[in-house]
Write a protein that binds this ligand. Structure first.
Ligand code: HEC
Length: 120
């Protein structure tokens, strides 16, 4: 697995945001505005909430985002996954505020109850 070259290809979140023209992201509110099917498909069904763009952008840049979304882990385990991505797979450490957003999102929707699938 060519993690080294893939790491350089990591998409800045801003680029993805720009591509989507997601102005809603700026104020962090889009509940009133139902997502288009296109957007749902792009985000692989990830619930539209704070942190989604960060998780999608950072965690889907080296491997499929599905690799992340198929998990159902508790927060401490997600924290460990992030440590391993940096230590073993050359992920650039996340900025503290981004890290919190990513962990909040993963804990909320991809915890052991896997709320994102509506099974919790
Ligand atoms: C710099 C590249 C890179 C980034 C960025 C990255 N990963 Fe990974 N990740 C890897 C590699 C390489 C593997 C192992 C090879 C594979 O299975 O594709 C992996 C595997 C995984 C696995 C499978 C279990 C494991 O430990 O092998 C999970 C879960 C995971 N990553 C989660 C994440 C999350 C969550 C993020 C975002 C915070 C993330 N990854 C960002 C490179 C990366």
């Amino acid at each position: 697995m060519a993690a080294r070259s893939l790491a350089r290809a990591a998409l800045p979140v801003a680029v993805i945001a720009a591509q989507l023209g997601m102005m809603a992201w700026a104020d962090g509110e889009s509940e009133t505005d139902p997502e288009s099917e296109q957007e749902q498909a792009l985000f692989r069904g990830m619930p539209d909430a704070e942190g989604r763009l960060e998780v999608f952008g950072f965690c889907g840049s080296c491997h499929s985002i599905d690799l992340v979304l198929q998990q159902g882990l508790s927060r401490p385990v997600w924290e460990q996954v992030l440590v391993e991505m940096v230590r073993d797979h050359e992920m650039v450490p996340l900025q503290p505020d981004v890290r919190v957003k990513v962990l909040d999102y993963l804990e909320e929707y991809y915890g052991p109850d896997r709320k994102a699938l509506g099974s919790g």
